[in-house]
Each structure stands twice: as structure tokens, then as C-alpha cells.
Design a protein around this ligand. Structure first.
Ligand SMILES: [Zn+2]
Ligand SMILES: [Zn+2]
Length: 338
């Protein structure tokens, strides 16, 4: 789609824009760094094959979430608080877990924290951690090309939800297979969740959010199923997807004007700290996914708390000097005007 009009992205003929002097080299892998050598194949694009099963399931889910919205006034206050707690837990399972820990290795987590993050990641039901991290590394390494699973060059709808409703582009599969995933294979927590994924999502995403309000404080099963379960699940999904869609389209590019990911405060708030996306694609190894630490960034506050409790360590940050030098070199100048 031609939404992108005048915007440009780095092509395979340009030299790398990422300086390799500070890419978090002590991480287990660096396959989340943009690879400018990949070239999209010439000629017509492969035909789109829609996965009707996913279309039907996603439509039913969103219809259920809409019904859940109308049930909010008849929900008990404690059920709404429970829904919020489930939202926060499942969002952290994606942001602090699948994203910053497992996709980018931006900090280290001890076993109890990894177990917690895997459990709440199942509550978010966004494919298992292994698959999520593989797709996400491909998203960074081949950003906005045919090998990017949710290539934003294909428009808002495709990068938001459309990519989950159709078969992957062959290059996504081909390049995804070549990524270094050895660190994930070596992580027993990740592989245990993958082996038991169906059972874990049934329990964490559907049964527990529904049964707890019904059993412990007598909420009706109808409200318990539609509000903390379906509505909460759908909100977390869309908040995550907005990082792939809106944060690749709307906002400033103070760190690198040559790439499309943007700084989007609305997405940062909704996705508990993941909307500083121009920064994140420029410095994917930063545990804060932002220049500004805990500001509008609950995920960073959570990781900081885990460090304080001794459950996390080795948080990777980019120095102020490196950030400023990068802003001056490739930024769009918007940082000077705030
Ligand atoms: Zn992105
Ligand atoms: Zn990322």
C-alpha cells in the first residue's frame, strides 16, 4: 500500500546505519540488529492465502470483547480491579518477558522470574515465547521488508492484525529458520512453555481469569468470562499490535530518520512502555526500550524492581553520549523541539 509515500527506509544497497561498537555484544545473540544486506526478491509478490480459521476466531474474540465492554457497568468493582491486574500481568509477560528478556536479551533474569514471566506470558496468549521471539528478531533484522512478519510497508491493517490472518510470506519462513535461536533452545523455561503451550493458555488465559472472580467473590460467570477474560485478552492483543502498526507510522524520529519506527506516547502508555519505537529499533538491546528510563514505562519500573529484589541483573543501557551522537548523526532534529 502507498501509505508510506514520501518516506524512505534503508534499502539493501545502503551501508549499515547501526554502529557495531555498542550493540550489547555480551548478549547471547545479536540477531535483532538490522541487516541491510538482505534484498527483497524482484518480481510479483506471492499471492495472499487467507487463514479463515484465524479470521473467524479473531472476529468472534473481538465480538466477545465488544460485548464485554457493555458488561462493564454491571461488573463488581473487584472484578474490574482483577481485570486490570490480569491486563498488567499478561502485558508484562509480553513486554518484560517475550520482548525485552527473550527476544533482545537486554537483561538477565533468575529462574523464579523467568518462570513467573513464562506463566504470565501464557496469560497473554500471543504464541509461545520461542515463536514470539523468533518472529520479533526477524522483525528487527529484516524490518519493513518481505522477511519482516508484520512488515509495516504493507499498511496499518496488515502490520496490526492482518499478518496473523494469512500465511506468512515465504521470506519470513526462510529467514526465520536461519536466525540464531540457540539461547532460546537452551532455556528450559522457554522450551517447557512451548511443550505445554495449549494447556498453559487454556489455564492462564481463559480458566483462571474467569474462575477466580466467580469462585472467590461471587461474580456472575457471564461477566467473569467476558470482562477479565475476553475483553482483557483483546485489549492486551491490540495494545501489543499498536506497537507494530501505529508506532511504525505516527510520531517523531529523533534517533534515526531513515527508518519508519516512531516515538509514540499513546502507544507507550497503552503498551506499558513499548511506544518509544524509533529509539527501540535504533538501540534494540536497551532494557528500557526508551531513552527516558521509567517515564511512561511500567515495564522498566518492573524490571528495576526485579533488580532491586535480586531477581534480575545486567540491564543494558546506552550511554547519553552515544544517544546524543546518534541523534546528531541520523535523527530528524525533533529532540531539540522536545
Ligand atoms: Zn517495530
Ligand atoms: Zn523489539
Amino acid at each position: 500500500m502507498a501509505i508510506w509515500g514520501s518516506q524512505t527506509v534503508a534499502t539493501c544497497t545502503e551501508s549499515p546505519t547501526v554502529l557495531h561498537d555498542d550493540i550489547g555484544a555480551d548478549r547471547v545473540m545479536t540477531d535483532d540488529i538490522f541487516d541491510p544486506t538482505y534484498c527483497e526478491k524482484k518480481g510479483p509478490k506471492p499471492t495472499i492465502k487467507i487463514v479463515w480459521r484465524n479470521v473467524i476466531l479473531m472476529s468472534l474474540l473481538h465480538a466477545g470483547a465488544l460485548y464485554g465492554l457493555f458488561l462493564i457497568p454491571s461488573s463488581m468493582f473487584i472484578t474490574l480491579a482483577w481485570s486490570m491486574a490480569c491486563f498488567m500481568a499478561s502485558a508484562l509477560g509480553v513486554t518484560a518477558g517475550a520482548h525485552r528478556l527473550w527476544s533482545h536479551r537486554s537483561y538477565k533474569a533468575k529462574l523464579p522470574l523467568r518462570i513467573f514471566l513464562a506463566v504470565v506470558n501464557s496469560m497473554a496468549f500471543q504464541n509461545d515465547i520461542y515463536e514470539w521471539a523468533r518472529d520479533h528478531r526477524a522483525h528487527h533484522k529484516y524490518s519493513e521488508t518481505d522477511a519482516d512478519p508484520h512488515n509495516a510497508m504493507r499498511g496499518f491493517f496488515f502490520s496490526h492484525i492482518g499478518w496473523l490472518l494469512m500465511r506468512k510470506h515465504p521470506d519470513v519462513i526462510e529467514k526465520g529458520k536461519k536466525l540464531d535461536l540457540s539461547d532460546l533452545k537452551a532455556d528450559n523455561v522457554v522450551m517447557f512453555q512451548r511443550r505445554n503451550y495449549k494447556l498453559s493458555i487454556l489455564l492462564m488465559c481463559f480458566i483462571i481469569p474467569t474462575v477466580v472472580p466467580w469462585y472467590f467473590w461471587g461474580e456472575s460467570l457471564l461477566v467473569a468470562f467476558y470482562v477479565p477474560c475476553l475483553l482483557r485478552y483483546t485489549v492486551v492483543l491490540n495494545a501489543t499490535w499498536l506497537v507494530n502498526s501505529a508506532a511504525h507510522m505516527y510520531g517523531n524520529r529523533p534517533y534515526d530518520k531513515n527508518i519508519n519506527p516512531r516515538e509514540n506516547l499513546g502507544v507507550a502508555i497503552g503498551a506499558i512502555g513499548e511506544g518509544f519505537h524509533n529509539y527501540h529499533h535504533t538501540f534494540p538491546f536497551d532494557y528500557s526500550s526508551s531513552e527516558f528510563g521509567v517515564k511512561y514505562n511500567i515495564t522498566t519500573a518492573f524490571i528495576d524492581l526485579m533488580c532491586f529484589l535480586g531477581l534480575a541483573s545486567d540491564c543494558k543501557r546506552v550511554s547519553k553520549e552515544t544517544i546524543m551522537a546518534r541523534k546528531m548523526r541520523t535523527g530528524d532534529g525533533s529532540h531539540r523541539s522536545g
